[in-house]
Design a protein around this ligand. Structure first.
Ligand code: FES
Length: 159
């Protein structure tokens, strides 16, 4: 579980204004925490005067929201047909092995969440891996290693 500071949630709600669309508030919370923590949902429910179930039904309707904590980096492998025939399965297996998790899981250190997607609309570049919104095409094991090394290096630079 991640620590949620109620003051931060109240600040987000306040900054959006009393008449703000619920979705804007949820988006901001999602951006901050990379998911919608239950504590935050309760505060939003109280602030909007809406049942918690209603907040959850909005949150579960949109794919952009996650109710589970996500990794710091979000990696996604396209396993659509075009990427599949170009070796997406091998790329996915390699990523799973490197990260020590299966698709749909998050590393225990919360560094990566690994997902799959069915076609990103850039089939000619397959197999495609997207990390934090950045597309990498024609992927293979060595390029995956280079990509992960670059991310690790950038993370170390930030620390
Ligand atoms: S199948 Fe991967 S981008 Fe279309």
């Amino acid at each position: 579980m991640i620590d949620v500071d109620p003051r931060e949630i109240i600040e987000i709600i306040g900054r959006n204004g009393a008449d703000a669309p619920l979705i804007s508030v949820l988006e901001e919370i999602q951006t901050k925490y990379r998911y919608l923590p239950r504590e935050a949902m309760i505060l939003v429910s109280e602030a909007f005067g809406l049942p918690l179930s209603q907040i959850y039904s909005v949150a579960t309707f949109y794919n952009a929201f996650s109710l589970e904590r996500r990794g710091r980096h979000e990696a996604c492998v396209c396993v659509g047909t075009a990427c599949h025939v170009r070796g997406a399965k091998r790329v996915l297996s390699h990523l799973e092995e490197k990260l020590g998790i299966k698709a749909g899981e998050t590393t225990p250190d919360w560094n990566y969440t690994l997902d799959t997607v069915h076609c990103l609309g850039a089939c000619a570049l397959g197999p495609i891996v997207v990390v934090d919104g950045e597309y990498s095409g024609q992927m293979h094991a060595k390029k995956v290693d280079e990509l992960l090394a670059r991310i690790e290096q950038a993370d170390e630079g930030e620390a």
